[in-house]
Design a binder for this molecule. Structure first.
Ligand SMILES: [Fe+2]
Length: 339
């Protein structure tokens, strides 16, 4: 279904714009903001194409959800399903790495771990492609990334889902998900050592301050170093129940600040150029109160895109949309993503 009218929040902010196709994640958003109904146009519903990125994303989510659920129940890891879904992601990314960027970063609390696993996979594969990995390597990297937290299936739910801060003892048990993950991957036929290393080493840090081994720099497998960057970035930019997500430029600052401390500097630099971007079509709020749609990322200044202004938070409506180029107007910046 397509929205016939803009959807506003009670404080006047625009949540969704007329013309948007209503996707399941928008419905969750509408529920979150207690919006009881919306107006829709009477056009025929638009069918998803067979191999659309939304379908690939949805399948990846379903695969990792069923894999983690069955491993938690003591069953074997269905590696064929994981390989198929990662192969689709790699295929899409090889053809166009920005393709998934409008789907990542959306979270609901029940599915946090599964959505996080898919996003970490997508960011890792894009970074790996930019680092020059071949298709086979990208597939291993993607499988390791989507399974990086598989060891959490062996951590008791009381600890995993505890709403408050973990005690030292609980945190020590939580840290063991890396060791459990290594064990699960190593015991699964068809998965290699590089994939097991990702499960084991994705919390190791460049300066040696991570866990479980406290290894540093090039002692850490390159694929695990990529997944670490993706894991950190995704945790910062996704909405959590207790914390509003960071904007891409804020997360980018964190990655720059931790380059050569927590994160491999080469990977941090590739990450900043390619992942920390505002996706085309994102509806953003500027510090000027103008609301617009990102129309084009500026080369080498991915955090300062061109924005087509369509509304204002306050004041008169925008009758004639106009473009603001954040590369030229350096006093203007994005303060929120509305949709
Ligand atoms: Fe983890």
């Amino acid at each position: 279904m397509k929205l016939a009218k803009d959807v506003y929040l009670s404080d006047g902010r625009v949540l969704l714009l007329a013309g948007f196709i209503i996707k399941s994640r928008y419905i969750r958003k509408l529920e979150l903001f207690n919006i009881p109904f919306v107006y829709i146009t009477e056009e025929e519903p638009v069918a998803l194409t067979e191999f659309s990125e939304e379908r690939v994303y949805a399948e990846a989510f379903n695969t990792i959800k069923s894999v983690m659920t069955s491993v938690r129940e003591g069953k074997e890891l269905d590696i064929a399903a994981v390989k198929d879904t990662v192969d689709d992601i790699v295929h899409k990314v090889i053809n166009n790495e920005t393709v998934f960027m409008q789907l990542t970063g959306i979270r609901d609390i029940d599915n946090y771990t599964f959505l996080h696993s898919v996003d970490v996979c997508i960011y890792s594969v894009i970074t790996g492609k930019k680092l020059g990995l071949n298709k086979e390597e990208l597939n291993d990297l993607g499988i390791g990334a989507v399974l990086h937290d598989i060891g959490k299936c062996k951590v008791p739910n009381e600890i995993l889902l505890k709403p408050g801060k973990l005690t030292d003892e609980e945190f020590n048990i939580m840290k063991l998900h890396t060791v459990y993950g290594h064990e699960i991957v190593s015991n699964t036929p068809g998965l290699n050592k590089k994939i097991a290393n990702i499960a084991c080493q994705h919390h190791e840090k460049w300066d040696g301050s991570g866990y479980p081994l406290g290894i540093s720099k090039y002692q850490i497998d390159k694929f695990a170093r990529i997944v670490t960057a993706a894991d950190i970035y995704d945790a910062l930019t996704a909405d959590r129940i207790y914390r509003k997500r960071d904007m891409p430029h804020m997360a980018a600052e964190y990655i720059v600040a931790n380059s050569s401390i927590l994160i491999d500097p080469e990977i941090a630099s590739i990450f900043i150029k390619n992942i920390t971007v505002y996706p085309e079509g994102a509806i953003v709020l500027l510090n000027t109160g103008e609301i617009g749609s990102v129309i084009e990322a500026n080369k080498n200044m991915s955090l300062r895109p061109k924005v087509r202004i369509i509304a204002r938070k306050e004041g008169p409506p925008v009758l004639e949309p106009y473009t603001v180029d954040l590369m030229h107007d350096l006093d203007v910046f994005i303060i929120d993503i509305l949709s």
